[in-house]
Design a protein around this ligand. Structure first.
Ligand SMILES: *[C@@H]1O[C@H](CO)[C@@H](O)[C@H](O)[C@H]1NC(C)=O
Ligand SMILES: *[C@@H]1O[C@H](CO)[C@@H](O)[C@H](O)[C@H]1NC(C)=O
Length: 331
């Protein structure tokens, strides 16, 4: 079959659409570089099969809810931080720039940040911060949501501060955005809809001589349930012009998961950020997954893709800390 270069190029450019994830981390305002320390999600679909364009996690019992698709695969590098350091996660959609839309404007929902020792164990994720609906929805506005009105409007920047006196060691930070544009019904009842989860994990090493250990937290998967009012939520209820709803609209939103740990900083204000180091654009993904089959490809240049082969994949989380290998690039 002949595929023109123009069509292939548009296919490739389409790959990094409609999906938000962390493209970089600033430590005290200093950019660490493209995808440094970030476990980059694979695509849970394949070209031409729809999934290439989008990979929200929707299944609450799937291991993918922990650190996204293929989230057990380590990043080759780890970000060194100290207690009290200010981290800014740089979420983007298509490329690392202030002109990128970060997340589609319909994707209203909360943002959340957890920390766990690396590797996670039973109930090891502790919540450090969350933000949900912070300005009430009143007709005709859906209100102000963390993802679309805060993070997206602030250039994709999500801030967190490393807890004071936190014990040295390897940790995973699990940052997440949840989108409710199809969230009025659970994925369990209607698998073509349901809330969309965009979790992303960052590998950090906390240095110093801190003494504070994390308390017991929650598990991913496990922390969220389909009965949770913060998981099935109708963001369009109060803005519905057809008034088809039979139940009253709620005007408050209960953020899912546990309460924020008392050891987290009460405020996570942004610190001034320096410039973003090059590169700011990614080569299209060379790995994608569909029904547990991973396809790898190489790009001989920006216009041409060669499929290198397929293999089956099952997430495999180690129970002990593994030093990341200087892995081959997956993007
Ligand atoms: C959700 O994930 C679980 C655990 O991997 C799996 O058993 C189940 O089939 C998945 N459900 C759907 C609808 O894909
Ligand atoms: C982190 O930000 C807070 C609030 O702006 C500031 O007081 C603190 O000094 C910062 N920490 C570091 C290590 O720069």
């Amino acid at each position: 079959m002949y595929i023109s270069a123009a069509i292939l190029l548009s296919l490739l450019q389409g790959q990094v659409r409609a999906h938000t994830f962390i493209w970089g981390v600033f430590v005290n305002g200093v950019d660490q570089g493209l995808f440094k320390g970030v476990r980059i999600p694979a695509y849970n679909g394949a070209p031409g099969a729809g999934g290439y364009n989008n990979s929200p996690v929707k299944n609450l019992t799937s291991i993918d809810l922990r650190c996204n698709v293929m989230g057990d695969i380590q990043a080759p590098d780890t970000i060194k931080v100290a207690p009290g350091d200010n981290l800014t996660f740089d979420w983007h959609h298509d490329f690392r720039s202030g002109s990128d839309d970060v997340i589609a404007e319909s994707h209203h929902g909360p943002s959340l940040i957890y920390i766990s020792p690396d590797p996670p164990t039973e109930n090891s994720f502790v919540k450090l911060w969350h933000e949900g609906l912070y300005e009430e929805s009143t007709f005709p506005s859906p209100g102000k949501w963390s993802t679309t009105s805060d993070i997206a409007k602030n250039g994709g920047h999500m801030n967190i501060r490393i807890p004071a006196d936190l014990k040295a060691g390897h940790y995973l930070i699990r940052a997440e955005m949840i989108a409710f544009h199809e969230g009025e019904v659970s994925f369990l009842k209607n698998p073509i809809r349901g809330a969309q989860f965009y979790p992303n994990c960052v590998q950090i090493e906390v240095t110093g001589d801190g003494t504070v250990e994390l308390p017991e937290g929650v598990s991913f998967p496990g922390a969220y349930s389909y009965d949770d009012p913060g998981i099935v939520y109708d963001i369009y209820c109060s803005t519905d012009t057809k008034k088809t709803r039979t139940t009253a609209c709620t005007t408050t939103y209960p953020i899912p998961g546990p309460t924020v740990w008392s050891g987290a900083w009460a405020e996570t204000t942004g610190v001034p950020l320096g410039g973003v180091s090059a590169p700011t654009r990614a080569t299209p993904w060379s790995t994608w997954i569909k029904n547990s089959v991973v396809t790898s490809a190489t790009f001989t240049d920006t216009k041409f893709l060669t499929t290198m082969g397929t293999s089956t994949y099952e997430a495999s989380w180690s129970s002990t800390y593994q030093t990341p290998a200087p892995a081959t690039k997956r993007w």
